[in-house]
Design a protein around this ligand. Sequence first.
Ligand code: ATP
Ligand code: MG
Ligand code: MG
Length: 349
Amino acid sequence: GATIGILGGGQLGRMLSVAASRLGYRTHIFEPGAAPAADVAHALTTAPYEDAAAIRAFAASVDVVTYEFENVPAASLDLIESIVPIRPGRKALAISQDRLTEKDFLSGLGLATAPYAAVDDAAGLAAAMAGHERAILKTRRLGYDGKGQLRLSAGDDAAAAWAQVNAPAVLEGFVDFSAEISVIVARGADGAVAAYDPGLNRHENGILRTTSVPCGLPSRLVTDAVLLAGRIVGALDYVGVMGVELFVTPAGLVVNEIAPRVHNSGHWTQAGCAVDQFEQHIRAVAGLPLGDGRRHADVVMENLIGADMAQLPTLLRQTGTQIHLYGKAEARPGRKMGHVNRITRRSAG
Ligand code: ATP
Ligand code: MG
Ligand code: MG
């Protein structure tokens, strides 16, 4: 049997590995740090993923490489690609590693994004703020869970704000959205595209708190969301699962960001579909046909963050609750420790 290499030893890599095992594959997870990938990204460095000898040995031990986080250094990707294929491919990685490139790509496809401008210094920030009542300054690389972001209002001191965010950055106008949804979309090696039912996302302190399906939006918007996600994966000649985050506004859907990997807002598929996002990704990466991602239940996914772990004894006694724990030792504030999928209704027929 084939061996699938996974870059990153966080919870996403772990759940990908379980799905791969179920399909009979072996997996090899590359995780250089004592900390899992998510914590490395938190430190805003990817240095542990730059060890050429270790990367070469990893690539030589597998048949294909995929990843659980998009910030793998380019030199390591070059090295891997000289030995085995990387799926999803380099184009998606290059674009999504930098918020500016990503926004240019999305708007180049004709999709709506927040108004944005590249910012390279305090003077540039002051200029970019002109015309915005509210805006968000985001570091271009390595941000996640709202880290590396600063919310600004007209009149705020640009120099003070600039000192707080890693350069280079983008300034985004604040989008006055009524809801946040995401589409988990998959594209197979044969070019087939499938999307899961969009989920409604609720964030707290920049971190995803819950995802609910169905999202409760009019079918016109649901269709728009799915078609838009399909255009993105088509344009990238993508192979694998992608998360597409969207804002719902009176003027229609606005793309917030894309993630070239399985996505936290797709965890509900573990309880709501015959083939969940992790198996779907493995199928694509391994060159198998995409599986059945139709939703057979209403589900609310809730992340267990930091001190939420104290609820575990209660959760273990709840019916209709599927528990996933990531095996992290320390329940630090803001750290994703696990999630639960609550089945709120099973679909008839
Ligand atoms: P993730 O963990 O999803 O990768 P991230 O650190 O990349 O998060 P974003 O998705 O860019 O951060 O932003 C986090 C949240 O902040 C969004 O889900 C949304 O709630 C809010 N937000 C981000 N950009 C904007 C914007 N331009 N206008 C309004 N709200 C925004
Ligand atoms: Mg992000
Ligand atoms: Mg996001």
